[in-house]
Ligand binder design. Sequence first.
Ligand code: NAD
Ligand code: ZN
Length: 253
Amino acid sequence: MTDSLDNQVRELRSMLDMSTNAVLFTGAGISTESGIPDFRSPGGIWTKYQPIPFDEFLASEEARLEYWRRSFARHDNLVAAKPNRGHRAVAHLIREGTATAVITQNIDGLHQVSGIPEGKVIELHGNATYAECLDCLESFELGGIRDAFERDETLPVCDICGGIVKLATVSFGQAMPENWMAQAEHHTLACDLFVVLGSSLVVFPAASFPVVAKRNGARLVIVNREPTDIDDMADLVIHGEIGPTLGSAVGVN
Ligand code: NAD
Ligand code: ZN
């Protein structure tokens, strides 16, 4: 670690020590060290595919077929991934009570796997480890859906109401989950320190939370390999890797 990075890590540690009510906000960047590509880094998912918007998914069977082909192509990597040092540091901050919750844009479920109780992980964009009926919201495991799809590209249909079944994630153009949005807003307005870990901060409305926290008087920290559009607004910006940076700041390996 360079001298200046060392100083920044010390500053982050003291900001965490002083905080009585921090919120952690994570993006795809916290999971790249677990082998899950993000969207916008070189080699990220978007260099390969454009996302399928929700209205196309609903309107076209061909879009649904393509959606499930892509989902299953990524699924093995997703379920094989393990939490990394960054996730462990986040879990430590929640366990010791420094942070009240983690608001995440991630859909990989790794915060829960790292030991954070369900109620403290606010999943703004849902979860890709299971599927849900769009009409009655019944949940489905992916195993059976995948077997049928890989056999003859059978598209999943809800066996309760006949509705369309999709991963329990929020696609572009799909409504945000109201309960999670309300909880994220509550924590954002209550916190005295808001720490962004690995988000490009370009996907809205999620990216508005750090701005709301800062305007409401919280201190703002951004940890990212690269600059973001709101670095100027932050009290501390660390351009480094999340695992080593946060791990050193909180003393977790
Ligand atoms: P993004 O891909 O737009 O941005 C990731 C950011 O993290 C980039 O700015 C990159 O510079 C930074 N980064 C990557 N690895 C890093 C590391 N090890 N240390 C420090 N910085 C690092 O991701 P986003 O802002 O979360 O938005 C993308 C959307 O994609 C989200 O809505 C999310 O739902 C979805 N997504 C989720 C996953 C996942 O669940 N793991 C993966 C890809 C995309
Ligand atoms: Zn249903």
